[in-house]
Ligand binder design. Structure first.
Ligand code: SF4
Ligand code: SF4
Length: 324
């Protein structure tokens, strides 16, 4: 597999990489097999989530010398994360859920707290994960972070200038959600779109070996065809106004006053497909929408102006019909 420079970090990452979300529901054996297969096929970067260490720490250990590993957290959680995954260091440590200018200020302070851990060799590269395009430029200007993890997919047209600027400043871009959380079934067009941008790697939350195989096949020819362009136009028309980017602004930092897990409900389609249409979202969560008093606060916070009040019952209805 081709590799690309991750900004000026000195490391080269595979064009596609493995997002660790599937390890939250895969069993240990399947998780290990998935990692083994990815490494065999040349994927050399994996992003892992706290809570999954038990299942994958042995596989990470086996492949440590051929694998760049990232996770997210802060100066208080870093050492526990290392313990959980049985690692001496992370290649990339990300401050995540940084979606407002205030949070960016706090992240910059936190970056200096983290420096002592970098000096101790507990991580090598400092990154930041955000869903808010409005803070891309301030992040680049801050010159604190060597890597930015941002959502990139063909539903939202991308302002290429920001990526060019990041590249000029030596910041590596990790493109998350290239398949829009499973909403882009035409994965070949979706992957091509992302990899034709000046990004370093598209990180995909793959759960099955079959998915890895099909995504790798796309890499043979990344040329965008008129058919792909047509798909991009159609999908923007279809999903542009109703597609949840899972940024979490509707619940962080202020939750819904009725404690409705808005983002989870908005994600139901993705969760259903991830679980092969098996129902694994609790009844309590599904019923929570009955408490919605239509105050509209969630919509005020949504950067994509989604009609959340209208969408919540539609999502639950779809979920109940499609899953068993
Ligand atoms: S509209 Fe409903 S879901 Fe949104 S914040 Fe208000 S109560 Fe919560
Ligand atoms: S509903 Fe809007 S604010 Fe909430 S997670 Fe989705 S895109 Fe973000």
């Amino acid at each position: 597999m081709e590799t690309r420079a991750l900004g000026k970090t000195g490391i080269k990452v595979s064009e596609i990489s493995l997002g660790g979300v599937a390890f939250t529901w895969l069993g240990r054996k399947r998780a290990e097999k998935l990692i083994d297969f990815c490494i065999e096929k040349g994927i050399n970067y994996i992003d892992v989530y706290s809570g999954t260490g038990e299942k994958i720490r042995d596989a990470l250990k086996r492949h440590r010398n051929n694998l760049f590993i990232s996770t997210r957290g802060n100066s208080k959680t870093l050492e526990n994360c290392l313990k959980e995954f049985g690692l001496d260091y992370f290649d990339i440590f990300l401050l995540s859920m940084i979606d407002s200018k205030d949070q960016l200020k706090q992240a910059i302070d936190e970056a200096s707290n983290l420096e002592k851990f970098r000096r101790q060799g507990k991580f090598k590269i400092l990154g930041i994960a955000t869903h808010n395009p409005a803070i891309y430029e301030p992040i680049i200007e801050s010159k604190i972070f060597e890597v930015m993890m941002v959502p990139v997919n063909c539903i939202d047209e991308v302002d290429n200038k920001v990526y060019q600027e990041a590249r000029k400043k030596g910041i590596g871009i990790i493109a998350m959600k290239p398949l829009a959380g499973g909403n882009l079934q035409k994965y070949d067009s979706a992957i091509k779109y992302v990899l034709n941008l000046p990004i370093s790697t598209a990180i995909i939350g793959m759960a099955r070996i079959k998915e890895v195989q099909q995504n790798i096949r796309v890499l043979k020819n990344l040329e965008i065809t008129p058919e792909d362009d047509n798909f991009y136009r159609e999908i923007r028309k279809k999903l542009g106004k109703v597609f949840c980017r899972y940024c979490g602004h509707c619940i962080f930092p202020q939750p819904c006053p009725e404690d409705i897990p808005v983002r989870t409900i908005m994600m139901l389609e993705t969760l259903a497909y991830q679980a092969n249409l098996r129902r694994n979202v609790s009844e309590k969560t599904l019923k929570s929408i009955e408490r919605c008093r239509k105050c509209g606060l969630c919509e005020e916070r949504c950067p994509y102006q989604l009609p959340i009040r209208k969408l919540l019952p539609e999502k639950v209805k779809w979920y109940l019909k499609m899953t068993c």
